[in-house]
Ligand binder design. Structure first.
Ligand code: SF4
Ligand code: SF4
Length: 247
C-alpha cells in the first residue's frame, strides 16, 4: 500500500481562510439564498485561470480545497483514492449528470425571471450545490483523502476542458507555470514529492525531457516543492519559453 504523509499545505492567507467562504455560502445561504450568486464569481475566476494556467485554482484559491486541506486533512484517514473515482468513465458520467441536474434546476428558476424571487431561486441552486459538495466531499475527505472529491469535481473537469482550449490555441505555452525539476540527476528517488501530493501524483517518475511535470491534474499547490529534501523543485514557466527569453 502506498505511503501518504500529512504535511502542511497552507502557504497563503487565501488557502488558510478560503474555507470560510464555503461555510458562509453553504449554511448562510439557507437563510439568505442570494449569497449563492457569489459562486458565479468563483466560476468566472476558475475558468479564466484555467485558460492560462491549468488547475491552478484548485490548488491555490478554491474555497472547498481550503476546507479539505486546512480543516479536514488532520481528521482524514489519508489513504489511497479509490481508482474508480479517478476513472474517465466516472468523471464524464458525473459531469453529465451534474450538468443535467443544474440546467433542469436553472430552467425552473428562470420561470421566475423578472420577479424579485428570481435572484433567490437562482442563488439557492448554488447554495444547495455548495452544501452537497461540502457533505459528499467532506465525507470522502474523512474516509479516504481530503482531495478525493477533486478527482471528479465538475468544476475541475471544466478547468481541464478550458485549459485544453488554451493549449490548443497556443496560450498556455506562454503563460502556464508547471512543476519543474532543476536537475534530474540530483533527485534521490525518495518519493517524498509523491507521498505529500494532495492528488497522489508521482511527479518524480514523470518529469518530461524539458524537466517539467505535464500532468494536467497537478494543481500547482507547491506542497512537493516545500517538502523535497534536496530543494530541486519549483513551479515555473515552461522551460522552452524561458529558453526563448534567454536566447
Ligand atoms: S505534483 Fe506537487 S504541485 Fe502538483 S499537485 Fe502534487 S504536490 Fe501539488
Ligand atoms: S522529493 Fe525531491 S529528491 Fe525526492 S523523489 Fe521527489 S524530486 Fe526526487
Amino acid at each position: 500500500m502506498a505511503n501518504f504523509l500529512k504535511t502542511n499545505r497552507i502557504f497563503t492567507p487565501v488557502r488558510k481562510y478560503g474555507w470560510l467562504f464555503t461555510v458562509l455560502v453553504a449554511f448562510g445561504g439557507l437563510y439568505e439564498p442570494k449569497l449563492g450568486l457569489s459562486v458565479l464569481l468563483i466560476m468566472v475566476g476558475l475558468l479564466i485561470t484555467s485558460f492560462f494556467n491549468g488547475r491552478y485554482w484548485c490548488g491555490n484559491i478554491c474555497p472547498h480545497g481550503s476546507l479539505y486541506d486546512r480543516i479536514l486533512l488532520p481528521l482524514s484517514r489519508n489513504v489511497e483514492i479509490p481508482a474508480f473515482l479517478k476513472s474517465k468513465t466516472f468523471i464524464v458520467l458525473f459531469f453529465v449528470l451534474f450538468m443535467i441536474n443544474f440546467v433542469r434546476r436553472a430552467l425552473v428558476a428562470f420561470q421566475a425571471w423578472g420577479t424579485y424571487d428570481f435572484l433567490d431561486k437562482f442563488g439557492f441552486i448554488f447554495v444547495t450545490t455548495y452544501l452537497v459538495v461540502l457533505v459528499i466531499g467532506g465525507t470522502l475527505a474523512l474516509l479516504t483523502t481530503p482531495r478525493t472529491w477533486c478527482q471528479f469535481c465538475p468544476m475541475g473537469s471544466m478547468q481541464i476542458a478550458v485549459h485544453w482550449l488554451g493549449k490548443a490555441i497556443g496560450v498556455t505555452q506562454k503563460t502556464e507555470k508547471k512543476l519543474t525539476i532543476s536537475d534530474k540527476a540530483k533527485c534521490r528517488n525518495c518519493g517524498k514529492c509523491a507521498m505529500v501530493c494532495p492528488f497522489q501524483l508521482k511527479p518524480y517518475l514523470e518529469f518530461s525531457e524539458n524537466n517539467q511535470f505535464e500532468n494536467i491534474n497537478c494543481i500547482k499547490c507547491a506542497t512537493c516543492v516545500k517538502n523535497c529534501p534536496v530543494g530541486i523543485l519549483s513551479i515555473t514557466l515552461s522551460t522552452a519559453k524561458r529558453g526563448r527569453k534567454n536566447s
